[in-house]
Design a protein around this ligand. Structure first.
Ligand code: SF4
Length: 390
């Protein structure tokens, strides 16, 4: 009994479950974590998964490590619904690791354009070259961990999903489920270690150990479709009987998060410069750093102060009759961007960069923020005043 109480405290469980001398040992066992053979047994979850699991394009039996790896990289910071069309297009363009390894970085960046977090694409390409050179993916977490762009989470996910290694990668879905099943009330990010320990315990049941890949997919699916962030459907959950947060009525509150700091604002001005042939001036960002290697409309640096028009025009690619055509807002990881776009047409473009037919912009490796700017420019081109999609 004392050791069960200590386990509760380590996991920072709900206060009502601490110091509860009147609570029976069996109740304490449930709330100190899912017992290996208790109400949150992996067998219940796997039975649910066999009936209700999602059909996703990267899931296949036997698993293809290339597809698993590609999907995991794409899914970082991006939703399943947003990834699927990119994933399918990417696979058509690069059907296997050898095709990807042989391609140029600019081809990969162009296929990735729109998915954001472009360092992922550069690492993807570097990783493909390394894996193709060694004849395949390593089948263990330690071997995967040293490859470009593969951190602890992704290594565990690939090992489990592609090679049936018994590991529980903790993404947002798994984090939420573990915090709720164990009623971990401490706020993130402090609670991260306790939640990771709890997630590992979930994977220790014999059923989970027998089907590691399916168990992880089942956790992902439970989090995505039942144990959802704001309105968990506990009545449909295979683990409702053993879930501490459900019993306490606090499921929707967990996991708790420390208040977010506001992202700072950055300002910039970009220039939509066209010639009479309908070509627009682009330039390439430096290969490393934020949005490295991507194409963009020429513009000012992004800074914390707004740009007086005269100061911005001093950085225009050419002298011209610039006119404002609108502003866009766009969130990047560490700041919010507020960009003004100026447009001009000149008889002949003589400036650093390269020209692209406005109709061909969709094929360029333009990050989402630049696509928003270009939509403003296209609207001016068509003189319709309404936005044109790229
Ligand atoms: S019972 Fe509710 S809170 Fe608990 S794991 Fe299931 S859906 Fe999530």
């Amino acid at each position: 009994m004392p050791c069960l109480v200590r386990r509760c405290l380590r996991l920072a469980v709900h206060p009502s479950l601490r110091h509860t001398a009147h609570v029976s040992p069996s109740r304490l066992t449930i709330h100190s974590g899912p017992p290996d053979h208790g109400h949150t047994d992996g067998a219940d979850l796997l039975a649910w998964y066999d009936r209700h699991g999602r059909a996703l394009p990267w899931r296949a039996k036997p698993a293809d490590p290339y597809r698993v790896w590609l999907s995991e990289i794409m899914l970082q910071q991006t939703t399943v619904a947003a990834v699927i069309p990119y994933y399918e297009k990417f696979l058509t363009r690069f059907p296997d690791i050898t095709d990807l390894a042989r391609s140029s970085e600019s081809d990969v960046m162009a296929a990735w354009a729109g998915l954001g977090y472009y360092a992922r694409a550069r690492n993807l390409h570097a990783c493909a070259r390394e894996v193709a050179g060694r004849g395949g993916f390593p089948a263990d977490i330690a071997g995967l961990r040293v490859l470009p762009g593969i951190g602890p989470y992704t290594a565990a996910a690939i090992a489990a999903l592609a090679f049936d290694v018994p590991a529980v990668p903790v993404d947002g879905n798994v984090e939420r489920i573990a915090a709720r099943v164990f009623a971990i009330t401490e706020a993130l990010p402090t609670a991260r270690k306790a939640i990771a320990d709890a997630a590992a315990r979930l994977g220790r049941s014999p059923a989970a150990q027998a089907r590691p890949a399916d168990f992880v997919q089942a956790l992902f699916d439970l989090g995505a479709t039942v144990c959802t962030p704001t309105t968990p459907s506990c009545g449909r959950c295979p683990w409702r009987g053993g879930c501490a947060a459900n019993r306490l009525g606090i499921a929707a509150e967990l996991p708790r998060k420390a208040p977010r700091r506001m992202r700072p604002l950055r300002y910039g001005v970009h220039f939509w410069l066209t010639d009479p042939q309908g070509r627009v001036l682009l330039r390439r960002r430096p290969p490393r750093g934020l949005l490295g290697g991507m194409a963009e409309l020429p513009g000012t640096p992004w800074r914390a102060e707004t740009w007086p028009i005269s100061e911005a025009l001093a950085l225009a690619p050419m002298a011209a009759r610039w006119r404002p055509i609108g502003t866009i807002r766009h969130g990047l990881t560490h700041f919010e961007l507020h960009l003004s776009v100026l447009a001009a047409t000149v008889p002949y473009i003589a400036a650093d960069g390269f020209l692209c037919a406005a109709n061909d912009l969709a094929g360029q490796a333009l990050p989402s923020v630049m696509r928003k700017c270009a939509v403003l420019g296209r609207a001016v081109e068509t003189s319709a005043g309404s936005a044109t999609s790229l």
